[in-house]
Design a protein. Sequence first.
Length: 559
Amino acid sequence: MNVFDWIYPLLLRIINIQVDVNEGILEGQVVVNPYGSPYFSFKGIPYAEPPVGDLRFKAPQPKKPWKGVLNAKEHASNCYHYELFANETTPPVGSEDCLYLNVYTPNLVPVNLLPVMVWIHGGGFISGSGDDNEHGPQYLIRKGVILVTLNYRLEILGFLSLDTEDIPGNAGMKDQVAALRWVKDNIRKFGGDPDNITIFGESAGGASVSLHLVSPMTKGLFKRAIMQSGTVTGWLTYTFRARDKAILLARDLGCHSNDLKEIYEFFKSQPVKNLIRKEIRLSYAALAKASPNFLNLFAVVSETQFGNDERFYYGDSYDLARNGIHEGVEIMNGYTEDEGVIYFSAGLDIDHLFDQANKFLELFVPLPFTRNTPLVEQLEIGSRFKEFYLKNNTVSRDNVDDLLRYLNMELFVYGAISMQKIVAKHNNNKNYFYKFTCKSELNLSSKIWGLDGLFSHRPLTAHADDVGYLFPSIPEEVIDMNSNTFKMIDQVTTLWTNFAKHGDPTPDDGLGTKWLPFTVENEEYLDIGEILIPKTYPDKEEIEFWESIFKEFLPHYVP
């Protein structure tokens, strides 16, 4: 080995790299990228004041300037949370002082300002962070974009709502807005173009991106949006009866007052460890549709107006998608082939689930019907769905793929396709749609969830498997750049960054195919696997069946 080969990385790490942002001076570092040129890294940048004390549950406040030089070489604290699929003995991680973001740039002084991609992590609004152990820049940054990742408040701390001025709800979403405002104001200092910002995210992050498309707080903050397995028309994005849940939580913690001000003061005084991983059972019907491992009882709410306070979200999701999407924002949206596998997540008693599916029709009643239709109609709806997917056969391991097809559609796919149809019908936004089918050793979700045995008969592209093609799944392991796996990584990152740069994932013939925008007439989409295949009418037979049921019982949910 040449002496320079091992000295150069060491030299890069000790060089002081400073950037002067609006609040003060940051000191980052240069990092070696095994997949390309070194990049500049700035971690743990505070974008708002710590939401502690009187700021708990409140909208984030602008960060005050600091004196001296802020060390931005290490991540700051995550937002307080349990890992999503951790067991009961796993301790929580993070802190309430957690409103930080990270910036990775290939060039601080480019000839032309660089496109910016802001990643919003998933995790069901209860887990996750923007740290580079899960969302590192190594793949994307080699394509000439700046990557920003961020933390936002989670679970009760981020999404509790009393529907009062003290706790109106959506604090975690307002954190994201504050981060986007910070990026808009400061990214030029890192070589980024504030007029060419793309927001993208997966699962709860994808739903967040979709919500930013309709929020009055985010107009003008970004140019493009990519939604991965999460949309404003998805049913897991929102909570219902939020105040009831908050009051029940207070009683569970020892406060039996009915005075909302007293309840707020009680919540504000609670140790942070009391405000996480709480189960609140309103009724069997309220929980019958959820796998206990990823149900979030505290999520996005439609806010009431209090004085001059900004509201992040208010109204009906389908109405907002039809009439409220920010004009001119270009959109990319899609889902993975086996989204519903997450329902079987680790710790769920699979045989008990099959037994419940055979005894009760609730499993086959999509959430909008359980919340909006009489029980007699729900039983009819459940019967029709079970006949369509299972032919009324007994649910078992032998036909688990049929049950999975139903869960795919209910949890993610119907909402994703509905969103795309609504955008095409009611808005002038240029939009692209995809189905993600890549398969390789990067598809880790079903392994993490302990489902190798249940689905041993075929490889899966499960919920969140697409993330591993954008960010290194195991950062310390370097993938052979000549492998088929890296070829897929390169294709996916090229599509995503082309969209961020040009508003078109295939602006030239570099990938050997043309991805056409989605239209009402042909419903064009791209099958993203090892080979890129343009197709039309995604999951056509199933979508037509679902739309027929909604048209009969809840026509509001027909795109």
